[in-house]
Design a protein. Structure first.
Length: 305
């Protein structure tokens, strides 16, 4: 993202602003996109149980309701997105300055699209460790009813009960179930995510102005394009991650092995089960996230300048 200080040297104030603005962006993602995220996870983990996105949405609403169904896992989802985005955008800003130093670029606003994409890729490695435990709880809450129907186990709707049960069965490391697939998803995903966002903003910025002056519509469109690019690239990995995290028994499962097993038993098309609600969700959610991030950052820079 654009930095108000035209130097590559990291500043504590810039990092704190990126952290807070990233948190605000994370909340906006959940508020806008949680219902379709729930549909996506259900279709990923139980693809034969529903006849498409609309069927899944209607049945979830009828059987579980709006807040306990479509907004299931909202609290851990907000925790996951705030944790991920705060660390992601903080790391992204620091990595931008690091790459600017390596390339001899004095102003991070002058970094190329490739450099920004690389900064996003590096930053996402650190955010994956904050995201994995909270997203694990979110996925299990979203699929609680389906897991109960297929396994005969009682439905667990309390995040605290889930955490206690996971730690009791597998120890603290059980909260990092799916960490390998999370890292494998995040790093290439955020390479194209930030690359598409920054590249789009550069193209949509009027001549003679900086990217920070491109306006809210350009920011929304660029964020949406970034989100579409991200999910188009990483979706099969995300599906495997959801399957691993929804499982009641498997931990430390090989990403490649799981992907091969799904392809052999269900076909390669099942690796994209639930892609439609994901893309529909990411357009407003990613746009809202970047718009909220940029506005929050601009306000904080104004207050702390």
């Amino acid at each position: 993202m654009d930095q108000s200080v035209p130097h590559s040297r990291p500043h504590l104030k810039d990092s704190l602003i990126d952290f807070i603005a990233g948190s605000a962006g994370g909340v906006s993602v959940v508020v806008v996109g949680q219902p379709l995220d729930t549909v996506k996870v259900k279709m990923q983990t139980f693809p034969t149980m529903y006849n498409g996105m609309i069927d899944c949405t209607i049945r979830t609403f009828k059987t579980e309701g709006f807040f306990r169904g479509l907004y299931a896992g909202t609290v851990p989802a907000i925790s996951a997105n705030v944790a991920e985005n705060s660390v992601l955008f903080l790391s992204y800003g620091v990595c931008q300055k690091f790459i600017a130093t390596l390339t001899g670029t004095e102003d991070v606003q002058q970094l190329s699209t490739l450099s920004n994409a690389s900064a996003g890729c590096l930053g996402s490695f650190f955010s994956a460790f904050t995201l994995c435990p909270t997203e694990l709880i979110k996925v299990k809450l979203q699929c609680a009813r389906e897991v109960a129907l297929t396994s005969g186990s009682p439905v667990q709707i309390s995040a605290f009960e889930l955490i206690r049960d996971i730690v009791k069965k597998n120890g603290p490391l059980g909260l990092f179930q799916g960490i390998q697939s999370t890292i494998a998803r995040e790093m290439p995903g955020y390479f194209v995510f930030f690359g598409a966002y920054e590249g789009s903003r550069s193209l949509l910025t009027p001549e003679g102005k900086t990217k920070s002056e491109c306006g809210p519509l350009a920011t929304l469109v660029s964020g949406a394009l970034g989100g579409v690019a991200l999910w188009t690239v990483i979706y099969p990995i995300d599906l495997v991650k959801s399957r691993v995290q929804a499982s009641t028994s498997k931990i430390n499962v090989s990403l490649l092995k799981s992907m091969i097993e799904i392809t052999r038993s269900e076909g390669i098309t099942f690796l994209y089960s639930g892609l439609k609600p994901t893309l529909i969700r990411t357009i407003p959610a990613s746009g809202a996230m970047f718009l909220c991030y940029e506005w929050t950052k601009k306000i904080l820079h104004g207050l702390w300048s």
